[in-house]
Design a protein around this ligand. Sequence first.
Ligand code: MF3
Ligand code: CO
Ligand code: CO
Length: 321
Amino acid sequence: MKKSIVTINKNINQIILILEESVNYMLKNDAIKIGRNELCPCGSGLKYKKCCMNSASPRPVDLTNLYQRKYDIRLKTPKDIEGIREAGRLVLESLDLAEKNIRPGITTDDLNTIAHEHAISRQAIPAPLNYKGFPKSICTSVNEVICHGIPGNEALKDGDIINVDVTYIYQGYYADASKTFFVGTSTPEGKRAIRVAAESLKAGMKMLKPGNTVGDIGWAIQQYAEDRGCSVVREFVGHGVGFEFHEAPQIPHYGRKGDGIVLVPGMVFTVEPMINLGGADLFIAPDHWTAITKDGKLSAQFEQTFLITEDGYESLTPFEV
Ligand code: MF3
Ligand code: CO
Ligand code: CO
């Protein structure tokens, strides 16, 4: 187990080097063109024309530097990835614990307490607590609540669905994941919301490989969900994660094929489509957090933290969807 992790990590660095070399090769042979006013691929932060464009010995491409300068995206090193993976393990433990405790009668505050105590027992910090004023340690979003539901004293009822969203900081690294569960007996509507949300995440996951773009992910998700008569929430997006709760880039769950930033190895971000059985419109409750469908229909969500690898992706919060 440990060995394969080390091998994968080495490969990521190797592939970044290979990618950089092939970009260098293509530049040299005019196989790709960079606009004179674009950022120089050496990562200097200067315009291409002011830097390597006319240089007899252009500096090599530096993806880490380039993605930082151009998009504010911080590519992760093997050490960072191991840290995020560890945080992810604890997040999954917490989601499993939530699942074991979900039943009619339990309150969302009870689930919050269970997750909070779990985090503390593992030397992890629940990232939502006090994040921009959020008052609790997890988000619990029931039925027509899309996301950012604040745990409170109402009890779950038979037939409800509930999304539990857990983000932990462990040894300085963030991992973020969520699942939607049935409470007691599943209803046909609840099943449908959960199935389409899970399959939408899967559709997005198929796009996760170097060379594809952020737009490809959103396109695949939107296509899947809308083909089934569901809608995709626009106001909340996936996000870079690892060093902070929310980093660049944003990952919309709708979009056009080929649009947006090109995925490269070392990127770590969430995909977390919120799928509504009715329309996409929402409103925010007076608590300033809880996002609720305007038409009162069900909304479901699944989220994982993903690493782009040399030949695809690895989930750093892996679970079956
Ligand atoms: N975990 C949520 C996400 O997936 C963010 C919650 S922010 C909070 O991005 F403040 F509501 F916790
Ligand atoms: Co997230
Ligand atoms: Co989350």
